[in-house]
Design a protein around this ligand. Structure first.
Ligand SMILES: [Zn+2]
Length: 461
């Protein structure tokens, strides 16, 4: 092993203008070990890199400010050349450190009109790129974590408080453009729309939960856009949905199928979008309830001959019920429910165990819940079997996936987070934009091609 020495590099910026080489400035000196005995000595460290970025940023901004200050704009009112009125300091947080620029304000020599000389508002404190990156990170992790990660990676020395990230995220959310047709839009023959709701914890006085409405539009060619809004905010969900439909190529000839879990509020929103036909109850929702029923039936006790016989009947009937729902026959489903209820007596008085409710009581509750659900939704059931045979979708089966992507991973109950109505809505807008790849350069689209042709049967089976 040789004794390691150090080498220094001077980072020098040379300005190249129209007249060739101009001013040059030494940004910094980088000192690194001259041997590679230790892998950690290879190349730049993060600390070096952050200093380089901050140094280069300072020099470039200073050079831009010098050029800017030498300009004399013409008056917007009379065209006379302006003269400098005074100078103002602007402290701006950038992704590569806080910079201070001294900018002239101008005054017209002719009519006395004041000219700012820049188009950005005088109160601006950060660059749009910094705001956007903070919003992107905040969409993926908590404000606090996002602030820490960014501060680790970049030479930020202002705007690193998590409150600042929240404020910037709101700002970005509120300036997001409405999704519109990307020209030239490929016309979509078929679009499937899913609209559902989920809940997150509220921190607002007088309410425990906030309703979050989420959904997606998909074409058969794999185009997909997600959208969402927290209920009772100023976000116009119907307008968002219309914009997203246009963005994936809806025309007046598009066959549009809507799936929801059928709460009246969602149906009302669909009407606002111009979907007058009854939406279809997503098979996914039915299958989930069905699956629960199957599990509970299988856990019934068979400790007496009467119970064993009843259990056999119940398991058969639950199976039959699935096929009845699959055929869209809500009324026949009622028959199944009655038959199951008729053979339940051997389980009457079954005590709960110390750990959990007796399976027969669970079954009873699940049956009641399904009965109530079907009573409210029977108009929305379709013949899923027939649709499926015709190669049509019976549900998107993306409901849970969409909810997970958009809401649960960042805003869910398990994280013990509580949200204000506006705060949750703004973050949701940014999350949607991140997943749709419309937040500007950066992460791009987060969804994989999501069109799975056979999910409903997999759930039913
Ligand atoms: Zn003037």
């Amino acid at each position: 092993m040789t004794e390691g020495g150090w080498v220094a590099w001077v980072l020098r910026l040379v300005e190249i203008g129209a007249e060739g080489e101009g001013r040059c400035a030494d940004v910094m000196e980088i000192s690194r070990p001259d041997s590679l005995g230790d892998i950690a000595d290879l190349g730049l460290t993060l600390a070096n890199a952050r200093l380089v970025l901050a140094g280069v940023q300072r020099e470039i901004v200073a050079a831009q400010a010098r050029v800017h200050a030498a300009r004399r704009p013409a008056c917007r009112s009379c065209g006379t050349a302006c003269r400098v009125k005074d100078y103002r300091q602007h402290a701006i947080a950038t992704l590569f450190g806080q910079v201070t620029v001294r900018l002239p304000r101008f005054c017209c020599a002719g009519c006395g009109t004041t000219e700012a000389g820049v188009t950005w508002p005088p109160h601006i404190r950060s660059t749009p790129e910094l705001d956007r990156l903070q919003a992107q990170f905040s969409a993926l992790m908590t404000y606090r974590t996002a602030a820490e990660v960014l501060a680790q990676m970049f030479p930020l020395d202002a705007g690193t408080a998590h409150e600042t990230l929240r404020r910037h995220t709101f700002k970005v959310a509120e300036s997001l453009p409405m999704p519109t047709t990307v020209t030239p839009a490929t016309p979509a023959e078929v679009i499937t729309l899913t609209l559902d709701s989920t809940f997150i914890r509220s921190c607002e006085a007088g309410e425990r939960h906030l309703e979050v409405r989420i959904g997606n539009v998909e074409t058969t060619t794999g185009r997909r856009q997600v959208f969402g809004a927290v209920a009772k905010t100023d976000t116009d969900l119907a307008a968002l949905i219309r914009g997203n439909l246009d963005a994936v190529g809806r025309t007046k000839n598009t066959a549009l199928t809507a799936f929801t879990d059928g709460c009246p509020g969602l149906r009302h929103i669909l009407l606002g979008v111009g979907i007058a036909e009854l939406p279809i109850l997503d098979w996914f929702h039915l299958a989930m309830r069905q699956q629960h029923l199957t599990q509970v039936a299988g856990s019934l006790s068979s400790d007496t001959p009467e119970r064993a016989a009843a259990k056999t009947v119940i398991i058969e009937e639950v199976e039959r019920l699935r096929w009845r729902l699959w055929d869209g026959k809500a009324q026949d489903a009622g028959i199944s429910l009655e038959r199951i209820q008729a053979v339940m007596p051997p389980f009457q008085g079954e005590p709960d165990s110390r750990r959990s409710v007796a399976p027969s009581r669970k079954l009873w509750t699940a049956l009641q819940a399904l009965d109530d659900y079907l009573t409210g939704q029977s108009d929305w059931l379709v013949n899923y079997a027939e649709r499926h045979r015709a190669g049509l979708r019976v549900g998107t089966a993306l409901t849970e996936g969409t909810a997970n992507f958009l809401v649960n991973r960042r805003m869910a109950k398990s994280q013990q987070m509580r949200w204000t109505r506006r705060g949750a809505d703004r973050l949701l807008q940014v999350r949607c934009a991140v997943y749709n790849g419309t937040l500007g350069s950066g992460f791009g689209q987060r969804f994989q091609a999501a069109n799975d042709p056979h999910p409903p049967v997999a759930i039913a089976a």
